[in-house]
Each structure stands twice: as C-alpha cells, then as structure tokens.
Design a protein around this ligand. Structure first.
Ligand code: PLP
Length: 220
C-alpha cells in the first residue's frame, strides 16, 4: 500500500465519526519525500519529534502544512522550536514553559501548546503528573506568549490496546472539565497506530499516526 492510500484510508475512517478528528501524520525518521507524499494525499498536519530533524526537513519541504512537535523538548532547543512549529504538544514542566514563553516573546509570537500528561504515571515517560497539572496550567495561563490549546497523552504500549481505554476515558473527562471554563481549549491529542481506534472511541480529537501511514521506521 502507498502512503497516499494508507493516509486516505485512515482519514476516511476518522471522518466517519460525528465530530472532527485531526490526523497528524507522524513523519519522524522518514525523509522529506514521504512528508510531501502525505501532504499531497491530503495531510494538513505533520508531526515530528526532534527539532533538528524537523528543521532539516522543513527547510526543503516547500508545502504548506500545520507543524506539530510531539517529542520531548529540551530547553536549549526552544528558540528553534518556536520558529519551526505551529503547535508544541509536549509541554510538561514550568521550566520548559518559561523557556518557551521567553523564546516566543523574542520573535513576537504567541505559541500554541498542549500540555503533555503522564496519565499512566510511567517513570520513563515525559509528561506532567496529574497532581501537578493545575499548577502548570496556572503557570502557562500567566505566560503571555503561550496559548494553551489542550492536552496530549501517550498511552502505555499494552499488548492489547483496549487496556488503554480507561486512561483515554479519564483524559477525556479531564479535558471536558477544563474546557468548560477555558477559551481556545480544543485539542485532546491521544492515539497512535496501535491504539488510535480506542482513543477516538473515547473522545480523542487529535491522533498522531506514523507506522500505519508510512510503514515501520528504520532506525540505523
Ligand atoms: C512516534 C510517535 C507517534 C506515532 O507512532 P506510531 O506508532 O508510528 O503511529 C505518535 N506520538 C508520539 C509522541 C510519537 O513519538
């Protein structure tokens, strides 16, 4: 199957849901040619998880697309990140939020961000713990050059993706509660190749899909 066919099949599946679901095509570890193929097949949103890799590809992309940073961001890369990305999905600490706010200010930008939540409390994963979420939200709200657009979550890699369902449901509940008192709070980003079907059933409205569109990534 080609990238275009894979992309369009998933897009059609997502379009069958009543509300709009944004499909972020995750191009990490693939070349810019595949990025172009996905965009030409209709992709409006692209996800990358490393700043340096994204910078190299975006430089030669010559296509318009909404660019998401979905990987862990180090504070020494924030200056490049605010220049490159429309949405930074992986904000998980006050330290990082402060650095991003400063970097965005220096280029006169209001940076759209999501807060990444470590809902499963996995020690090796990024994301803010639930008990620290309110404090981080307050911090971001006070940062003039950041605009909080929603939440992001990476589910544990359970052999059976259905095991993620309670976590997805918990995230949707949290998202809905926060949304009642906020503006521009629109995105709940959860679901990847192995678990996106469960995630959208539980209310994800942004999914981040790599393998199912582009095939396995080759790490050399
Ligand atoms: C790589 C990655 C994805 C896509 O994963 P697939 O399993 O290839 O669909 C989604 N989200 C994040 C944060 C990633 O790093």
């Amino acid at each position: 199957m080609s990238v275009a066919k894979n992309f369009q099949a998933i897009k059609a599946e997502l379009d069958s849901f009543a509300s709009e679901i944004i499909l972020v095509a995750v191009t990490k570890n693939h070349g810019v040619e595949l990025m172009r193929e996905a965009i030409d097949a209709g992709a409006t949103d692209i996800g990358e998880n490393r700043v340096q890799e994204a910078a190299e590809k975006f430089q030669t992309l010559d296509r318009k697309v909404i660019r998401h940073l979905i990987g862990h961001l180090q504070t020494n890369k924030v200056k490049a990140a605010v220049k490159l990305f429309d949405v930074i999905q992986s904000v998980d600490s006050e330290h990082l939020a402060a650095a991003l706010d400063k970097a965005a200010k220096s280029i006169d930008k209001v940076q759209d961000i999501l807060i990444q939540v470590n809902a499963a409390r996995e020690p090796q994963k990024s994301g803010v713990m639930l008990e620290d979420l309110d404090a981080l939200i307050n911090f971001v709200d006070a940062a003039k050059n950041l605009r909080l657009r929603g939440l992001m979550m990476i589910a544990p890699n359970f052999p059976d993706a259905r095991e993620c369902r309670p976590l997805f449901r918990q995230m949707r509940k949290l998202f809905d509660e926060l949304k009642t008192s906020r503006e521009n709070f629109d995105f709940l980003s959860m679901g990847m190749t192995h678990d996106y079907k469960i995630a959208v059933e539980e209310g994800a409205n942004v999914v981040r899909i790599g393998t199912a569109i582009f095939g396995e990534r080759l790490y050399t």
